[in-house]
Design a protein around this ligand. Sequence first.
Ligand SMILES: C[S@@+](CC[C@H](N)C(=O)[O-])C[C@H]1O[C@@H](n2cnc3c(N)ncnc32)[C@H](O)[C@@H]1O
Ligand SMILES: [Zn+2]
Length: 282
Amino acid sequence: MTRPATLPDAVVGALRCPLCAAPFARDGRSLRCPSRHSFDLAKQGYVNLLHAGVPAGTADTAEMVAARVAFLDGGHYAGLRDRLAEVTASETGGEGLVVDAGAGTGYYLAGVLERLPGAAGLALDVSAVALRRAAKAHPRLGAAVWNLWEPWPVADGSAAVVLNVFAPRNGPEFRRVLRPGGSLLVVSPERGHLAELASVAPVLEVDARKEERLDAALSDHFELVSRETLRERVVWKPDDIRHAVRMGPTGHHPDRLTALTDVTEPAEVTIAFSLSRYRRTT
Ligand SMILES: C[S@@+](CC[C@H](N)C(=O)[O-])C[C@H]1O[C@@H](n2cnc3c(N)ncnc32)[C@H](O)[C@@H]1O
Ligand SMILES: [Zn+2]
């Protein structure tokens, strides 16, 4: 018999009740705080801590998640995952809690945990569909449904590293959950990313001063340690192109993606990301 999926102890220890901020204890297949607020684990092993609605169009949909799984399974962003794992390992010495804010299907966090034998991972995302995948992506990964714009249900100073890969950024909460000296790793698209696909899908405009603004937004509590660009020209098959577009922000608007059916030939595409490493200073 296979054991039902659950949350690693280190993750339960770091989670806090979203209603009263107290620590949780396990109670069968639930997490319960001393005030008896209780949250059930889903059968896939993640916990939904949300107690308020989120605006429509916030969470990745089942179609977007399916496209993301198919695309990432193809290994197209494996270089980025490996680099993130390498950098995280050098920041932590292989131990501690890694929180992935906007973890999606857990692809990057699972890759990071594979390199960090003594670490546990917490995947936060507002998409329960994505977290069903994340919860099964690695045995040391636990997943919780949450809206990153609200104060996170995570203890102060509990994380050695926070990852943020193509997802919303909440600077005050990055700082609060990181231990002093902890690292924040932010991945975002660079100018030119997927630019060749402009004729088949609305392409994300990347603001030239985006990194300046990010540094300024974090400057009270973080210092920029390093920034690197990963840029490559690759050839993708039509299905790769369709998945890459459908898993992105325009996946929320399938009506704008009708031109994708015209893609019948492989095409050369630019992929370009920046990876910024910050350290919590105060
Ligand atoms: C572009 S995807 C990136 C997912 C993952 N980091 C990856 O790269 O595979 C953005 C993710 O952020 C999540 N997200 C968007 N708004 C959010 C919010 N307010 N709170 C939590 N997650 C959110 C979406 O559900 C989605 O999984
Ligand atoms: Zn409570």
